[in-house]
Ligand binder design. Structure first.
Ligand code: EPZ
Length: 432
C-alpha cells in the first residue's frame, strides 16, 4: 500500500508545468467513439482515470496507440457495440460518458452505474432525462444502465440541476441526433467547452458551449481530428494553494489564467500575490492571511474541486473563515483528517467554519477522495513536522506525477510502498 511521506515547513521555489485537464480528457476520449475515422488527442495526462478509459476502449475493440507519452491515436471504427466492461466502468464517474457516446454512435448503450469520489448523493437523473428527450428508453438492471433508441431526434432539454456530466452527455448524444437540440441551464465549465471544441473539430455543429444555452444541429458523420486538450484548471489551482500554504514564490506554467480567475480572486483576497502572464501565473505566498468566506458554485463561480485545497490554506489564516459547499451533499470528509493535524474546523451540513491556528502539525492521515488527498498534501507541505498520507491511489486518479512535480519545487516528499497493516494482521489472526 503506497503512501506519501512529507516533511513540511519548507519554502518552495521554481516552476511547475501543468498537465492536460483530467475532466476534459475523460470526456474527449469517450467522445472519440463518435468519429468515423481515427483521432489523435494530445496533452493527455498520465493518470489512472485515463488509463482505465483507454483500456475500456481497447477492450471494446477500438485500436488504441500511444504516439508518445502525452499523445494517443484512437481508431474507433473497429469498436464493437458491446457492454462497457463492468469492473472498470464502476471505478469512476466518467464512465457515464459512455452512455452518451455509445447512444450517439449505436442508438444503444450498456454501462454500469458510475462510481467516482464519494461526495454524497450523485444520481444520474439529469443524464437519463436528456437521453429520454432525444428518444431513448432506459432500464437499470443488475447495476447496469441500458439505453436503446430507434433513432435520436433533436429536442429541447432543460436541466433542473446544473450538471457538468449531464451537459457533456447531452452534447455527445445530440451531436448525432436528427435535427436541432437546445440545451438550457447548461454547465459552463472549461471542460464542457473543450469537449464541444473537440467535437466541432470533427465536423459537429455545436454553438454556445460555455453559456447557459447550447444549440446542437446533429450531423450524419464525424471525421477524424488532431486535438490538444486544455490545461487542468484544478491542478493549477492546487499548485496555487501549495504556494500559498508554504508561503513560496512559484511560477505555474501551461495554464489558461482566465480559467483560474475564481481561484485567483479568493487567494488575493486572503493576502496571496498573483501575477498573470499569457500562459502562466506567478503565485507569491504571504506571511499571514486573513480569513474569508468561500461558496462553491458552478463555473464561473469558485470551483467545488478546489474547496478542500482552499480550506487547507484557510486553516492557518487569521480569524474565522466560512466554507459553503453548494454542489455536493458531503464534500467535508477530509475535515477529520485535517483535525488530526491540529486544524480547528466545525461542520454543520454544507457549511464548515474554520478558526485559524498558528501552524498545523504533521500526522498520519488518509485521503478520502481525490481532492481531499490534494488538500492533505497542501496542508502537509505547510505543516511543521512529518505527515504520512495513506490511500494515495485517490490522488493518482487525477494528478500526474504529483510527488515529482512537488520535488521539482524543492518539497521534501517521497512515495513509500509498505505492507497493508490489514494484510500484516492476517497471519496473527490465524495463529490466535
Ligand atoms: C463533474 O462531476 C466532475 N467530474 C467533478 O470532478 C466535479 O466536482 C463536478 O463535475 C462539478 O464540477 C468529472 O468531470 C469526471 P455534476 P459530475 O453532474 O458531472 C447533482 C473531481 O474532483 N446531479 O456537475 O458528476 C450531483 O449530485 C471530480 O475532479 C444530479 O442531481 O458533477 C451534484 O450534486 C469530483 N443529477 C451536482 O448535480 C444528475 O443527473 C453537480 O454534479 C447529475 C448531477
Amino acid at each position: 500500500m503506497e503512501k506519501y511521506v512529507i516533511r513540511g515547513g519548507k519554502k518552495l521555489s521554481g516552476e511547475v508545468v501543468i498537465s492536460g485537464a483530467k475532466n476534459a480528457v475523460v470526456a474527449i476520449l469517450a467522445a472519440s467513439i463518435l468519429s468515423d475515422e481515427p483521432c489523435v488527442i494530445e496533452n493527455i495526462p498520465n493518470i489512472s482515470d485515463v488509463t482505465i478509459i483507454l483500456q475500456i476502449l481497447a477492450e471494446m475493440g477500438a485500436n488504441v496507440r500511444m504516439v508518445n507519452k502525452t499523445t494517443v491515436e484512437i481508431d474507433p471504427t473497429t469498436l464493437k457495440n458491446v457492454p462497457v466492461p463492468y469492473e472498470k466502468a464502476k471505478l469512476m464517474r466518467a464512465s457515464s460518458y459512455f452512455l452518451g457516446t455509445l447512444l450517439g454512435r449505436f442508438c444503444e448503450a450498456h454501462v454500469s452505474m458510475p462510481g467516482g469520489c464519494n461526495l454524497g448523493d450523485r444520481p444520474i437523473d439529469q443524464h437519463l432525462k436528456c437521453f429520454a428527450a432525444l428518444g431513448a428508453s432506459y432500464t437499470i438492471e443488475g447495476g447496469m444502465v441500458n439505453l436503446t433508441a430507434e433513432r435520436l431526434v433533436g429536442n429541447q432539454i432543460f436541466f433542473d440541476k446544473n450538471s457538468v456530466g449531464a451537459t457533456i452527455n447531452a452534447i455527445m448524444a445530440a451531436s448525432k441526433a436528427d435535427g436541432l437540440t437546445i440545451i438550457e441551464n447548461a454547465a459552463k465549465e472549461p471542460h464542457v467547452v473543450d469537449l464541444a471544441n473537440f467535437l466541432n473539430s470533427m465536423g459537429a455543429d455545436i454553438l454556445g458551449a460555455g453559456t447557459d444555452v447550447i444549440k446542437i444541429r446533429g450531423v450524419k458523420r464525424l471525421h477524424g481530428t488532431t486535438y490538444c486538450v486544455i490545461p487542468d484548471q484544478i491542478e493549477a489551482g492546487t499548485f496555487m494553494a501549495v504556494a500559498a500554504a508554504t508561503k513560496s514564490d512559484i511560477l505555474i506554467k501551461n495554464v489558461i489564467p482566465k480559467h483560474l480567475e475564481p481561484i485567483t480572486r479568493k487567494l488575493v483576497k486572503i493576502g496571496v500575490k498573483v501575477e498573470q502572464f499569457d500562459d502562466a501565473v506567478r503565485v507569491v505566498g504571504g506571511d499571514d492571511y486573513v480569513g474569508t468566506t468561500v461558496k462553491t458554485q458552478p463555473h464561473p463561480g469558485f470551483p467545488t474541486d478546489m474547496q478542500p485545497q482552499m480550506a487547507a490554506v484557510l486553516t492557518c489564516a487569521k480569524g474565522a473563515s466560512m466554507v459553503t459547499e453548494s454542489i455536493f451533499d458531503n464534500r467535508f470528509r477530509y475535515v477529520d483528517e485535517l483535525r488530526r493535524m491540529g486544524a480547528n474546523i466545525s461542520v454543520e451540513g454544507r457549511v464548515a467554519v474554520i478558526e485559524g491556528v498558528d501552524r498545523l502539525k504533521g500526522a498520519p492521515v488518509k485521503a478520502t477522495d481525490l481532492r481531499a488527498g490534494a488538500a492533505l498534501i497542501v496542508a502537509a507541505l505547510g505543516a511543521e513536522g512529518t505527515t504520512e498520507i495513506y490511500d494515495i491511489f485517490h490522488v493518482e486518479r487525477g494528478y500526474e506525477n504529483m510527488e515529482l512535480k512537488l520535488r521539482g519545487l524543492g518539497a521534501d516528499i517521497c512515495k513509500v510502498d509498505e505492507p497493508d497493516p490489514a494484510e500484516a494482521e492476517k497471519p496473527l489472526r490465524k495463529a490466535l
